[in-house]
Design a protein around this ligand. Structure first.
Ligand code: CMC
Length: 432
């Protein structure tokens, strides 16, 4: 509780309402408006939730002005440099870094939950081979709720734990099955002696007819990208998972809802859209034309991979990926990447442009990630699936936090109705 408050006065009636002010560990304070409707008979209006805290959370902190991102208090730069994806998963899920034993146990559990039921594999045959992998993955993840009847009590922490391990372990297997389906190649079963990202690369690129050698540079690059994408507090897909999950639905369905939300080009789908845009621009001499289009209010075109609801400075994740691009591309023997040159040039031009400066539009996490995915041989249509695999742990962590919170209620926003007032039905014979 708090003794700090704001007082809101209705200028017509003079009625006063005290709104409690809560101070966070970091970031701006929030006003508790839950009594506003009962006291004053008004709602608040905030389309896009730009100024509304929808929950309390202890998971991730973003300072958009300073370009700071913390997972459970740890700066993303330190985690990117010293940690690995599975350790970050443990940190997000449990709130603390694991001991050596805890990490070994967690790693073993994830490695031994990678298989999916054979019937699930048959689901893929129902899709055309040109189906977008995000459509297949969200559909198959939703159908996982038809398989795990042993752990459906969302209020049982042990059931939640089993769910968390299952979905984190199985999502790469499902993603790889979707990819193999688009190629018409046989599915490659997971191999539990491999690390999370090595296993994923093998399931994507191995074929039964040949030996497959995992490139450690590729596995390391993927691991780093996954750390950067693991969570980002109450973004569109995470809020979707929370909202869907708030009804008490199966957590697999809530995660499927998150995957669907992530797919949009304003969110995780931007990584695919960035490469499409860079390819469409084609040569450096056409960049000015596209920058001009992005600034034109009458043209719906936007510079994909630029801008962010929260970051009003350089997205720290984009900075890390930008720095790793040269090293990873060199490690993969692809130092001359025309796409990277194009992206760097576009960034340079945009960041000098008054429009982008004035609106604080900087490259976001999706601007450079596609360049690395492409260098790893991952096709564009799979980029957002990679994002979904990495973000899965964030969704699960937020879902668990919400379900375990005794103050959680079903999400049910209100509205500013501006449709017709009440009117009487007219039989069709009486209508003009
Ligand atoms: N290119 C040109 N203009 C832009 C861009 C852009 N990429 N982004 C924002 N603006 C302009 C926008 O037109 C608006 O101008 P005005 O104030 O004159 O109307 C102003 O900047 C503010 O934009 P907004 O759309 O009100 O901001 P938002 O917070 O609602 O949207 C965004 C954030 C990320 C959806 C948006 O910046 C965008 O569409 N970016 C391109 C898509 C993209 O890269 N998405 C990935 C986001 S980061 C990863 C993730 O979330 O998954």
């Amino acid at each position: 509780m708090t003794d700090k408050h704001f007082t809101l006065t209705d200028p017509e009636s003079g009625t006063e309402t005290k709104l409690n002010r809560y101070d966070p560990t970091l970031g701006p304070s929030v006003l508790d408006i839950t009594s506003l409707y009962s006291d004053q008979g008004v709602f608040t209006y905030d389309p896009g939730f730009g100024a509304t805290a929808s929950c309390t959370s202890q998971v991730t902190y973003v300072d958009g002005e300073a370009g700071v991102l913390l997972y459970r208090g740890y700066p993303i730069e330190q985690l990117a440099e010293h940690s690995n994806y599975l350790e970050v998963c443990y940190l997000l899920l449990h709130g603390e870094l694991p001991s050596r034993e805890e990490l070994a146990e967690f790693d073993k559990s994830i490695r031994t939950h990678t298989m999916i039921n054979e019937s699930l594999l048959r689901f893929f045959n129902g899709f055309h081979n040109d189906a977008h992998p995000m459509a297949m993955v969200s559909g198959v993840v939703a159908s996982l709720s038809a398989f795990y009847h042993d752990t459906t009590d969302i209020y049982n922490p042990e059931h939640r734990d089993i769910f968390a391990h299952r979905i984190i372990a199985k999502l790469p297997t499902i993603a790889a099955a979707a990819y193999k389906h688009t190629l018409g190649q046989p599915f490659i079963y997971p191999k539990n002696d491999l690390s999370y990202c090595s296993n994923l690369l093998r399931m994507f690129f191995a074929v039964p007819a040949d030996e497959y050698e995992i490139d450690p540079v590729a596995a390391e690059a993927l691991d780093l990208l996954f750390i950067l994408h693991a969570d980002h507090e109450q973004n569109c897909s995470t809020s979707t998972v929370r909202l869907a999950g708030s009804s008490g639905t199966s957590p697999y369905s809530a995660i499927a809802a998150g995957i669907s939300a992530l797919w949009g080009p304003a969110h995780g789908g931007a990584n695919e859209a960035v490469i499409n845009m860079l390819e469409e621009i084609g040569t450096a001499d056409r960049i000015d034309e596209y920058v001009a289009r992005a600034k034109d209010k009458n043209d719906p075109f936007r510079l994909m991979g630029f801008g962010h609801r929260v970051y009003k400075s350089y997205d720290p994740r984009a900075a890390i990926i930008r720095n790793m691009c040269h090293r990873v591309l060199a490690g993969l023997g692809q130092q001359d990447s025309p796409l990277l040159e194009q992206a760097l040039k576009l960034e340079e031009i945009a960041l000098k442009d008054e429009y982008f400066i004035e609106k604080n539009l900087y490259p976001n996490v999706d601007f450079y990630s596609g360049i690395i995915y492409q260098a790893l041989g991952i096709p564009k249509s799979m980029f957002t699936v990679m994002f979904a695999i990495a973000r899965c742990v964030g969704w699960v962590t937020h879902w668990c936090e919400m379900v375990a919170d005794p103050n959680s209620r079903i999400g049910r926003p209100r509205q500013l109705y501006n449709g017709p007032a009440k009117r009487d039905y007219l039989p069709v014979s009486e209508r003009n």
